[in-house]
Design a protein around this ligand. Structure first.
Ligand code: ADP
Ligand code: MG
Ligand code: ZN
Length: 589
């Protein structure tokens, strides 16, 4: 009620006092409530409570002193409530982020620097990614002994991008690098950058890099970078768009802005390389790309080893078998398989996990995954193995091709299997010789299915499209057909000129000629592949079996299989009439 009194300024109050119009005064700290001689009530504040009492007494005004407790509480509340509100808002905005951070500044990066308290993850905890590991050892070495490299003027990669499906251990690997190198690890999730408020994400990025540079050498890990780095198409509202763009730009600016002397390595991970903004992949940014695929049999076995390290297994458990029957399982799925088995065993109060527990856990996870094509039945697997072996053998036998890198029948995205040849990106000019061989390699998959299984499957669909495209380019673009001649033709439906508006620049007759030339190129490739595979039937058999067994085969292993089958052939056919008619050019180990 007091608060509804009208307030006087201190001057007015003093004036009243001078005019002797004040009857009584209640003092409570700085608060003054007064009754004047007309019995009106006012309040005011005094800057000088101690001196005031004397003056009042001198004027013989009645003075009541009171504790100012209630007012203090009120004052406190007026400050505390807004502060509390701010804290609540801040808390809610941070709730998504489970980890704590020291700064209360909203725009600060949410990067979490892993502390000593965390268990240190090392390469011992990561299994089944041998290729990635070797490359990453180099980065660890750089972080540990930067001088060794800078002395030579070497430029160390700033950005490394991990591509791979969820659960393949990308996050784990990034942590392991930091653990191995013993450097601070700043991790942030791409979606943390993207806020409703434009500009916040960008300032977080700057903040993150400021912190990182302060703590270098260190690792900055941006998980799920597609949240920021996804290119424009297919994203949400316009505002989100702009925020994303700003954040991405800030990231690019920061990455361009620090030199290799800064010893900050940025690692990013995504399972959506398809939506990644190409700007991120330019040189000097994420120019090292490491693809991480679901593990093969050997990898799965190694991962099972890691996750059963601290678990008691019954003697009847056979991890080799378990690895064999879990094609397509990622590291995360294997980890949860083991955990699930432990839960099942625990429920029945067993002391150890036995094979039944593991089988039951496997089924449970399979049901959970429910991914079509994950569980490949034996028949499909065989035709995949045969198909890939076909590509590989043709590539192996034909000279002047790209060296073979790895064959795999592990499903990967839409493609079921893959035969990887060493990247051909350094080659700018292809000879027609090379391209004809390439066509044979592409057709090798289908040819192998026919040779070995006597039937063809839909697995060659992508191959056929690829072969036709290549052959069309050879005929129309590169003048490699004698009949059509050294002319460049634009086929309308191919959009060489960048769109469906492009017109055919040739006659019906030429079109027919082009089609027949394309056809004969593809057919020639097929015949070539078929001839090779008929001759190398034993090699094809062996490689198919080995693929079924191991799921992936690298160059060295292929060499061994090749040598074996050659030897067998010699022995069974006696004399050397069937000497290897070739040296596998371009595939020397
Ligand atoms: P991603 O980031 O690729 O989605 P994570 O790194 O988060 O996958 O993996 C989740 C969990 O799965 C890890 O914490 C680990 O327990 C297990 N895991 C995944 N890949 C591997 C691997 N290669 N070796 C050992 N454990 C793995
Ligand atoms: Mg992850
Ligand atoms: Zn194929």
């Amino acid at each position: 009620m007091e608060n509804r009194l009208s307030t006087l300024s201190y001057n007015e109050f003093v004036l009243l006092l001078e005019k002797d119009e004040i009857r009584e005064v209640h003092l409570a700290g700085n608060n003054v409530t007064l009754h004047d001689i007309y019995d009106r009530q006012f309040k005011t504040y005094t800057p000088d409570p101690d001196g005031l009492a004397d003056r009042l007494l001198a004027k013989s005004v009645k003075v009541y002193g009171a504790s100012d407790h209630s007012d203090r509480i009120w004052n406190l509340l007026t400050i505390a409530i807004p502060v509390l509100l701010i804290m609540i808002v801040w808390f809610m905005m941070n709730r998504r982020n489970t980890q704590t951070e020291s700064s209360a500044d909203f725009a600060k990066s949410r990067a979490v620097m892993s502390g000593q308290a965390d268990r240190i993850i090392t390469f011992r905890d990561v299994a089944g990614i041998p290729e990635a590991r070797d490359e990453l050892l180099e980065i660890v070495d750089f972080l540990q002994k930067p001088k060794k490299y800078s002395r030579l003027g070497a430029i160390i990669p700033k950005g490394v991008l991990f591509l791979g499906p969820p659960g393949t251990g990308k996050t784990l690997l990034a942590k392991a690098i930091a653990g191995e190198a013993g450097v601070p690890f700043f991790s942030i999730n791409g979606s943390d950058f993207v806020e409703k408020f434009v500009g916040v994400g960008a300032s977080r990025v700057r903040d993150l890099f400021r912190e990182a540079k302060k703590n270098s050498p260190c690792i900055v890990f941006i998980d799920e970078i597609d949240a920021v780095g996804g290119h424009r198409a297919g994203a949400g509202s316009a505002g989100g768009q702009e925020e994303r763009g700003q954040t991405l730009n800030a990231l690019l600016v920061e990455m361009d802005g620090f030199g290799s002397h800064e010893k900050v390595i940025v690692i990013a991970a995504t399972n959506r390389p398809d939506i990644l903004d190409p700007a991120l992949l330019r040189p000097g940014r994420f120019d090292r790309i490491i693809t991480i695929l679901p593990p093969d049999v050997k990898g799965r076995r190694a991962i099972l080893d890691v996750h059963t390290r601290n678990i008691k297994l019954a003697p009847d458990v056979n991890l080799d078998d378990l690895a064999r029957v879990t094609p397509g399982f990622t590291g995360a799925e294997l980890a949860s398989l083991v955990n699930e088995a432990a839960l099942i065993a625990g429920r029945t109060e067993k002391d150890v996990i036995d094979q039944d527990d593991l089988d039951m856990a496997k089924d449970r996870i399979l049901m959970g995954i429910e991914r079509k094509g994950l569980v490949i039945d034996e028949q499909d697997k065989r035709s995949m193995a045969c198909h890939e072996a076909g590509h590989a053998i043709v590539a192996w036998i034909l000279p002047d091709t790209d060296p073979l890198h790895k064959i795999s029948i592990i499903p990967r995205g839409k493609a079921m299997g893959s035969t990887q040849q060493q990247p051909i990106q350094d080659r700018y000019a292809y000879t027609d010789h090379y391209l004809r061989h390439r066509l044979a390699i592409i057709m090798g998959g289908r040819a192998a299915e026919e040779v070995l299984l006597g039937q063809i499957s839909t697995g060659a669909e992508g191959d056929l499209a690829q072969a036709v495209e290549l052959a069309t380019n050879m005929v129309c673009k590169w003048g490699m057909s004698e009949k059509v001649g050294p002319l460049a033709y634009f086929k309308a439906n191919q959009g060489f000129l960048g769109g469906p508006t492009a017109q055919n620049n040739f006659s019906e007759e030429t079109a027919r000629l082009i089609d027949s030339e394309v056809r004969s190129l593809v057919e020639e490739g097929y015949r070539c592949a078929r001839a090779i595979l008929d001759k190398e039937r034993r090699f094809l058999d062996q490689l198919t079996e080995s693929l079924l067994e191991a799921e992936t085969i690298d160059r060295q292993e292929m060499q061994i299989i090749h040598d074996c089958t050659q030897r067998e052939q010699h022995e069974s056919q006696g004399a050397c009439e069937n000497r290897p008619h070739h040296q596998p050019t371009g595939v020397e180990p």
